[in-house]
Design a binder for this molecule. Structure first.
Ligand code: 5GP
Ligand code: ZN
Length: 114
């Protein structure tokens, strides 16, 4: 999608530290990490936000969680625990309009989130 930062990362038009890629997903380190491990897992399909997810995207979204699980293992944060976050819409703080799962770990998390 024209003008989308994450589509640009997908097309290698802007650099990112990519940690995983397959035919339908990409994962890369967040440019402004909020935890020792902070990785974004995105679909290659441009979906703006959770509100726009269709039934046909079910397996794609499930795959993203599976990918995050594998990365958490590789990052060594599976045992202690980690957090997956999807911000959806303005009040959640979503700032990039290409759906993404935040994989956060490597420190104790607090609840509720801010
Ligand atoms: P959101 O606020 O939409 O849930 O999360 C967007 C995330 O993308 C933020 O954590 C932000 O730091 C990250 N981000 C924004 N632009 C870039 C970029 O160009 N490269 C990388 N690696 N991360 C980005
Ligand atoms: Zn996009």
């Amino acid at each position: 999608m024209e003008g989308c930062m994450f589509c640009k990362i997908l097309k290698r038009e802007i650099p990112a530290t990519i940690v995983y890629e397959d035919e339908i997903s990409l994962a890369f380190r967040d440019i402004s990490p909020k935890a020792p491990t902070h990785i974004l897992v995105i679909p290659k399909k441009h979906i703006r936000t959770v509100v726009e997810v269709k039934e046909e995207d079910n397996s794609l979204l499930g795959h993203l969680i599976y990918v995050a699980n594998g990365i958490a293992k590789k990052e060594g944060i599976s045992e202690k625990g980690f957090r997956l976050v999807i911000n959806c819409g303005l009040e959640s703080g979503q700032s990039v309009w290409h759906i993404h799962i935040h994989l956060l770990g490597g420190r104790k998390m607090t609840w509720p989130p801010g």
